[in-house]
Write a protein that binds this ligand. Structure first.
Ligand SMILES: NC(=O)C1=CN([C@@H]2O[C@H](COP(=O)(O)OP(=O)(O)OC[C@H]3O[C@@H](n4cnc5c(N)ncnc54)[C@H](OP(=O)(O)O)[C@@H]3O)[C@@H](O)[C@H]2O)C=CC1
Ligand SMILES: Cc1cn([C@H]2C[C@H](O)[C@@H](COP(=O)(O)OP(=O)(O)O[C@H]3O[C@@H](C)C(=O)[C@@H](O)[C@H]3O)O2)c(=O)[nH]c1=O
Ligand SMILES: [Mg+2]
Length: 300
């Protein structure tokens, strides 16, 4: 039975992975209590004690605005820890499957981003994630780094849940309409990652296509279109929301001042992943409807 080590088990993606990886082997899932990623020795101990066959690493510092004033902490978790995981993984011969972000790109491209396009993060969060990508790749060539975007799900905090919360008692919402990307569900990420891990476990001696891939849901929207879709479908499911879809107003990012600049264009081309692994990626709306159904069931 293969041994799989999973970080960030209480994060959005980690929680979903703890379920999808369970059919592939013995999963040891940890969070900050079992291993604080700011402590390189704790990371080394964890990996050398468990000696996993595969490491899946979704844990990260994800507070984009807060990172602007917590640069060192974000760098320790997103950059240094990824490098340490890579070093110890290489030492024991375990590949690392991990996640990065659309925020590694500057967002000024006319058209969809390809993996080979130049990076140029605008935010501290994006810079620390890119530094983590580089550190991991340098330490452990056997890695799959999945750049994704706008992650949501029923578990944890995300934009979809923020919109539902605000819509309960606001009369109107102003939402940025000039930043484009694809909302991607934690479940989709966890399903695809399990497929990629399974392919490795079933073909350990084969040539595995290690590297960096885009993994986002199909289609595209902007934050305003996303918010409107969420509120429309929640209303259809019987949520009692104060805000009506027409009261969700599109605004330019310049009217929504925040500490961290976000890219205007976060559209990631997934051709490489789909063709390399023979996968199909459903539209983002599919994931939103699924998450809303789960949240509705949870409301009783
Ligand atoms: N969320 C998004 O929109 C996007 C995320 N990504 C990437 O996808 C991956 C998964 O993101 P997501 O699941 O949304 O993130 P979450 O913020 O939901 O989860 C991250 C997890 O990392 C854990 N963590 C944070 N600091 C430490 C630490 N010092 N030691 C150990 N664990 C720690 C958190 O624990 P705790 O909760 O206890 O702090 C949390 O469980 C990350 O690599 C992220 O950068 C990429 C694009 C978009
Ligand atoms: C709450 C809110 C946000 N916004 C805008 C601000 C911003 O431009 C956009 C998204 O804001 P948020 O802070 O919710 O999302 P943000 O934290 O930027 O989300 C990012 O998280 C990291 C971890 C990633 O890797 C990215 O892919 C992305 O998902 O929506 C509004 O316009 N109106 C609102 O009421
Ligand atoms: Mg945020």
């Amino acid at each position: 039975m293969p041994r799989i080590l999973l970080t960030g088990k209480n994060g959005q993606v980690g929680f979903a992975l703890n379920q999808t990886l369970a059919v592939l082997g013995d999963v040891t899932a940890v969070d900050v209590h079992e291993c604080d990623l700011t402590k390189p020795d704790a990371i080394r101990d964890l990996i050398l004690t468990h000696r996993p066959d595969v490491i899946v690493h979704p844990a990260a510092y994800t507070a984009v605005d807060k990172a602007e004033s917590e640069q060192e902490l974000a760098y320790a978790i997103n950059a240094v820890a990824s490098g340490v995981i890579g070093e110890v993984a290489a030492q024991i011969g375990a590949p690392v499957f991990t996640f990065s972000t659309d925020y590694v790109y500057p967002g000024d491209k006319d058209g969809w981003y390809q993996e080979s396009d130049a990076t140029g993060p605008l935010s501290v969060y994006g810079k620390t994630k890119l530094a983590g990508e580089v550190a991991l790749a340098a330490a452990q060539p056997k890695h799959v780094t999945l750049r994704t975007s706008w992650v949501f799900g029923p578990w944890g905090g995300n934009f979809l849940k923020t919109m539902l919360r605000l819509a309960k008692d606001r009369d109107a919402l102003n939402v940025v309409a000039d930043q484009y990307g694809a909302p991607t569900s934690a479940n989709l990420l966890a399903d695809v990652t399990a497929q990629l891990v399974a392919r490795y476990l079933n073909d350990v001696d084969g040539e595995y296509p290690w590297g960096t891939y885009h993994l986002v849901a199909g289609g595209e929207t902007n934050w305003h279109g996303y918010a409107k879709y969420v509120i429309e479908h929640a209303a259809e499911l019987g949520w009692n929301l104060q805000v009506k879809p027409d009261a969700i107003k599109p605004i330019p990012a310049s009217d929504y001042p925040v500490p961290a600049p976000r890219p205007s264009n976060s559209q990631l081309d997934t051709t490489l992943l789909r063709e390399t692994f023979g996968l199909s990626l459903p539209d983002w709306q599919h994931g939103v409807r699924h998450t809303l159904a789960l949240l509705s069931a949870g409301r009783g």
